[in-house]
Structures are given as C-alpha cells and as structure tokens.
Design a protein around this ligand. Structure first.
Ligand SMILES: [Fe+2]
Length: 449
C-alpha cells in the first residue's frame, strides 16, 4: 500500500483543480470565438486545407470522447456517424472522413454539433470533479485541452480565410504602443546546449527528451523581420530572381505566380493587406507574416543571412547566460501576462509592431519570440533522440518532410505555448503553406565567420 503525505495530497488536489479550471476556460473560449458567427458561417469550408467551424467544435469534443474511451471501462461513443465525420486522421479509430470534403456535409447539423459539444463538456466536468484520476488519465485530459487550444488557433486561421475583417470578435483590445527600435542583432556563444522541455507541467511528447546539441557561435536578430525589410526584398526583384529560391519554392513562384505574402494586394500602386483589422496599408513596422518557408528562406538568402535552427532559436529565447540555466518562457518561468506577449487572450487579432513587448524580451534581449507570429526555423521536424510516443498518431506519424516553427502567434492561447513548443508544417502542403503559415514570422541569423 502506498502512503500519501499531506504535502503530496495538496499537490494532487492543486493539479486537479488546475485541470478543471483549464478545461472550463478552454471550452468557454472555444464558444466565445464562434459566438458572433452566423449559422451559415459554421458550415462553409473555403478551401480544402481549411475546415468548417462546426467541424472544429465537433472534433475537439470527439477527441475528448477518445480520451474517455481510453480511460473508462466500456465507454460508449455518442454516435458512429459523428465518429466518422469528426475523426481527423486517426486510422486506429476507423476511416476518417475526407478532409477536403468536410464542408460538403450538412449532417451532423450545426445544432446537433452544439448539443454534442455541451453533452461532452458536462460528461468531462463530471469525470474531472468526481472521478479518481491517475497520472496517465490526467495527462491525457491535459493533452485534450492543449489539443483544443491548437484547434482554436486553426479556427482563427480559417476565420481569416472565411471572413477576415467581417469577423466580429467578442473582445478586441487596442494595439499597444511601440518603441519602434532600430533592428540589430545579438551574439550568442556556442557550445553544448540542452534542447527540450525541462519543466514539470504538461508538454507534448515531441518536446522530450531533453538532449544535448552542439552549437557554433551565432548572431541572431533581436526583432522579427519587418514588412519594411521584406518590401525591400520584393522591390529588389526578390520574386523575380531564381538565385534566392530553393528549387521547389521557385517552382511555386512560377506556377502560382507568387508576388507577395498571402493576403497582400497591390491597389493603385500601393500594397494593401486584408486581415481581421480590415483592408489597410501595409504597416512597415509589423513583422512580416503570411509567408511560406520558401519565402522566408529566399528572403534570408537575399539578405545574406539564414534561418536559425530550432536549437539556435530556443537558446536565444530562453537561455540565461548569467544563471547558466533556461527558463520556460523568454521572460522567466511565470505564465504570460498581457505585457509579456501578444497571444490569443490579448485579443488584438493581429501582430503588433516590433518592440511592442519590451517586458517579454529574452535574457539575450530578443523581442517577441513568443506570440505575434510563428517563426520559421531551418530544422526538419522529427523526434528527438530517444523519443517515446505519448499518443500514437498524434505527432509521431508526421516525422517527415516538414519544418519546425517556434514561438506561437497572436492566435495561440497562452496555456499552450512555451519556448520548447514545436509546431510543424507538412512540406507537401506547399500550395497551402502560404495560408497555413499565415501567422508565421521568421527571425534570422547572420552567418558568422
Ligand atoms: Fe485535431
């Protein structure tokens, strides 16, 4: 028999109440994001790589059913029809519905999906409050909450594609003022660095195990690349010169006539973007976003720089040279507050100008590493050495032909991002890349001699 000390009991109940709180807040946030949509908006899929809002609502609830089925005896699923439509890509749970045709299904209806969403919420609340949860079960529910956070961000990508400025957020906060700093870079000493998650809260299997990597000395820009810098690349014939481009990227430029980042349009000789803030002139001081890996890479080649590896990015984001240890976030180990980073709960609905979050800068002085826009790295996505899957088919089957992105965006919920978090984009999504990476930025490193 295992005895439980008084202190351990406190930790266990703290963890449980944290789980319940995170669950309730996450479910409420999902509903808040769609609260102002018209019923028609829920059904439409504007492109094969997007999903209808009703699908996201159903799918996150379906994943909770999967967790219940794995942790409760004789769990009975809500509906076979829902199981098939709401399964994204898990062959272990049956043949998924064709992703490109999610918007062609009028059943389950929007009302049925909302009913399902609420039934599943109530079931899970009951389990979290009254069930005896072992460590593995708690981990799976934390995973399902983080999964829902990922879909909140995907839903926002899709709302940008579906509605852009016609979307009416429930909350919209003003843009913070910025110091409009001069762009410069910081030198970071090389040597051994321990890559991966080192905290004791939830993280994904792909952030583990921590392992040592060797880095050469490098310099990294302290601000993301701005629209102004990117326009210099465009004005210098960036999209017209094959020399800057990887072969696959150059083919995209040619075949799909790429001329500028996604959502940019030239009207009366002036570049305009269409996003949640409206159709507006390009702000030169915002980080460039809506660019593919190929565009980020071509820009760097033009600028005589390169993208950082994910280890270089992570060290710049969270290593404290003075204390010789890393932190969970660039600003330390405490969770983000509104002055640290532009994340979903900032409800700004766009990236902010460079220098807008001086409080959130890293120990090396790099700004906006967390929030605003995802940052491209040059690293291939694969499991770290010694990787062990935490949930089969979730992350582990995607270890090929994708690049790692770091840092989160203005659409990332704050509980779901940290310096060790690894996002990834499928390389055969080349056509999609420009959209999928719509909230992507890239910092870049100078090649040191
Ligand atoms: Fe999913």
């Amino acid at each position: 028999m295992t005895s439980v000390k008084h202190g351990d009991m406190a930790t266990v109940s703290e963890q449980k109440s944290n789980l319940i709180k995170q669950f309730n807040e996450t479910r409420a946030r999902t509903l808040k994001l769609v609260q102002t949509l018209e019923k028609d908006d829920f059904v439409v899929q504007t492109a094969p790589f997007t999903s209808p809002p009703k699908w996201h609502l159903g799918h996150v609830s379906w994943l909770l059913e999967i967790v219940m089925s794995k942790t409760l005896q004789n769990y009975e699923f809500y509906s076979d029809e829902f199981n098939q439509y709401l399964n994204s890509y898990y062959h272990q749970f049956g043949e998924p519905h064709d992703k490109a045709k999610r918007g062609l299904a009028t059943r389950p209806t929007v009302d049925q999906i909302f009913e399902y969403f609420n039934i599943i919420t109530n079931k899970v609340v009951d389990i979290l409050q009254n069930g005896l949860l072992d460590e593995q079960t708690k981990h799976l529910y934390f995973m399902a909450i983080n999964h829902e956070c990922q879909h909140q961000e995907l839903l926002i990508y899709d709302l940008q594609h579906l509605l852009a400025e016609r979307y009416r957020p429930i909350t919209q906060n003003p843009l913070p003022s910025s110091s409009q700093p001069k762009s410069n870079s910081v030198k970071i000493n090389g040597g051994m660095y321990t890559l991966g998650y080192s905290g004791d809260q939830f993280c994904y299997d792909i952030e583990l195990p921590e392992h040592k990597v060797y880095l050469n000395d490098y310099k990294i820009d302290v601000y993301p690349v701005t629209n102004l810098q990117y326009m210099e690349f465009m004005n210098d014939g960036g999209y017209d010169n094959f020399e800057y481009w990887l072969s696959d990227g150059w083919e995209k430029v040619q075949v799909e006539q790429w001329k500028a980042p996604m959502y940019w349009e030239k009207i009366h000789g002036e570049w305009i973007t269409h996003d949640f803030l409206g159709s507006r002139k390009i702000n030169p001081n915002e980080p460039v976003c809506h660019v593919s890996f190929y565009e980020a890479d071509a820009y760097c080649k033009w600028a005589d720089k390169r993208l950082p590896t994910e280890a270089e990015w992570e060290k710049a984001a969270c290593w404290n040279e003075e204390k010789q240890k890393k932190s969970t976030f660039p600003w330390g180990n405490r969770p983000a507050d509104l002055n640290d980073a532009n994340l979903l709960e900032s409800y700004i609905w766009n990236c902010t100008e460079i220098g807008a979050y001086p409080q959130g800068k890293s120990h090396y002085g790099c700004h906006q590493m967390i929030g605003d826009v995802w940052e491209w790295t040059s690293s291939e996505f694969s499991g770290y050495p010694g990787f062990k899957t935490g949930f089969s088919e979730y992350n582990d089957k995607w270890f090929a032909n994708q690049k790692v992105l770091r840092g989160g965006s203005f659409a990332t919920p704050k509980i779901s991002i940290r310096s060790s978090y690894r996002n990834f984009v499928y390389l055969h999504f080349i056509v999609i890349l420009v959209v999928y990476s719509m909230v992507c930025k890239f910092t870049y490193v100078k090649i040191t001699t």
